[in-house]
Design a protein around this ligand. Structure first.
Ligand code: SF4
Length: 442
């Protein structure tokens, strides 16, 4: 049996997909990248923006007709679109067999079996509409494939922030933090399997533990993960600026394994827009956190998310976003045009920015950021950095690829016998467009 798995959206979905692969590997399924030879197609969906949501319908339009040649093919849709649409998705897409919620990963194999058995008598689709919170879904802990050196560890799910543009709290549910003992047990197990770098995952990791009675906070969790032998680097995402505590900021200075890299979503550089987005911080609050971070770790690399063209965003609001790029000097930004998400508060806002204007602002934002990103890469030339080898470089020719502690990509020639997971001191000799080239020093 073969499983074809297509994943859209954030790291949380990527992590859920690896759990799905693990669950089906246990049932004897082999992964395939060829949809035509699959016995099971799973699409793990994202509804954060309009574009990925539309892609899911076109993907179903491609995969459902495969059933005419492979009648035993089972097609399942999970993730945020599934959570939002429920059984309406099955009505809209005849031929789709299973819709499963974001908390129901662990019941997917059972649902697939049910479909296969029921087909003997009745060919009937099963819609899973019982989208209850199922923290048990987090307890599926895949072991990494041999040779893998980094892994994601989900520490919490859901979000209680209800930013006005965001669908996540409606589809991922209320915030739930896993018990820290389970997280540490998982990190230890990963370290024993050869993992060197863990990425702690959650929609809002800075509020880890705050809603669970007696649970430790995020800074304490970082300290506990730091103690795990074998783990050399720790990263986390996503951080909400309003919940970024002094304790977490000082963890960057006191925990050497905590990478000097942080994704800190800004979204907009204007207080008026931030307020309408319901973000819970002002530009001054955000900058105060950035300044504290930089005084704790001067070389910390920051990345961010930007939404342009939010309803009511004026030309001068947008200028303030551009000004933030110059003030903070992010390594990279993930920038998008605002798109309406039905069911969110912002969907009711009427002061829409015309699409042409949004496109223009996005292009200007990305052009300015490209210059800043390049300046930051150029400034690395001549520096020596500790690089964790992640694998052989795409260019081949004996070149290896790795990451600096700030998560910048470096390609370099390494001695024979090099393997993923090795560390080298590398001198940066050239800055390319999105990566660096280096020479091994030791
Ligand atoms: S913090 Fe805001 S943007 Fe992030 S997941 Fe929660 S509601 Fe969405």
């Amino acid at each position: 049996m073969k499983i074809f798995l297509e994943t859209y959206g954030c790291q949380m979905n990527v992590s859920d997909s690896s759990k799905i692969n693990y669950l089906f590997a246990e049932q004897g399924y082999q992964p395939t990248t060829v949809s035509q030879e699959a016995d099971l197609i799973v699409i793990n969906t994202c509804s954060v923006r309009e574009k990925p949501e539309l892609k899911i319908f076109s993907a179903l339009g491609r995969y459902i007709p495969l059933k005419s040649n492979r009648p035993e093919l089972v097609i399942a849709v999970g993730g945020c679109v599934a959570q939002q649409w429920g059984d309406k998705l099955i009505k809209r897409c005849p031929g789709l067999d299973i819709v499963f919620g974001t908390h129901q990963l662990d019941s997917l194999p059972e649902l697939v079996t049910k479909i296969r058995q029921s087909r003997k008598s009745v060919r009937k689709s099963v819609a899973v509409t019982d989208f209850q919170e199922r923290p048990g879904g987090l307890e599926v802990m895949p072991l990494p494939a041999p040779g893998t050196i980094n892994a994601m560890v989900t520490i919490m799910q859901g979000c209680d922030n209800f930013c006005s543009y965001c669908i996540v709290p409606y589809v991922r549910g209320r915030e739930y933090s896993r018990p820290h003992a389970k997280i540490i047990e998982e990190v230890r197990r990963l370290a024993r399997a050869g993992i060197k770098e863990v990425m702690l995952l959650g929609q809002n990791v800075n509020s880890y533990g705050l809603k669970e009675t007696g649970e430790i906070g995020f800074a304490e969790l970082l300290a506990k993960v730091h103690e795990v032998e074998g783990i050399e680097r720790i990263r986390f995402t996503t951080s909400h600026p309003k919940d970024m505590s002094d304790a977490v900021i000082s963890a960057f200075a006191t925990l050497p394994k905590l990478s000097p890299y942080l994704h800190l979503p800004l979204q907009a550089g204007s207080d008026a827009v931030l307020q309408k987005m319901g973000r819970g911080y002002s530009v001054a609050d955000y900058l105060a956190k950035v300044d504290k971070l930089r005084s704790a770790v001067p070389d910390i690399a920051l990345t961010t998310d930007i939404i342009v063209g939010f309803p009511g965003e004026s030309a001068s609001d947008f200028q303030k976003t551009l000004a933030m790029l110059d003030r903070v000097r992010y390594d990279q930004i993930y920038s998008f045009k605002y798109s309406i998400r039905p069911g969110t508060r912002a969907a009711e806002f009427v002061d829409i920015v015309p699409d042409g204007e949004k496109r223009d602002r996005l292009a200007r934002c990305q052009a300015r950021q490209d210059e800043i990103s390049q300046e930051i890469l150029d400034a690395q030339v001549g520096r020596v950095s500790e690089v964790l080898v992640t694998g052989s470089s795409k260019r081949g020719a004996g070149e290896w690829s790795g990451r600096t502690p700030e998560n910048r990509i470096v390609n370099f020639l390494a001695p024979a016998g090099t393997q993923a997971g090795d560390f080298f001191q590398v001198k940066i000799v050239t800055a390319l467009k999105h990566s660096l080239k280096g020479e091994v020093i030791s």
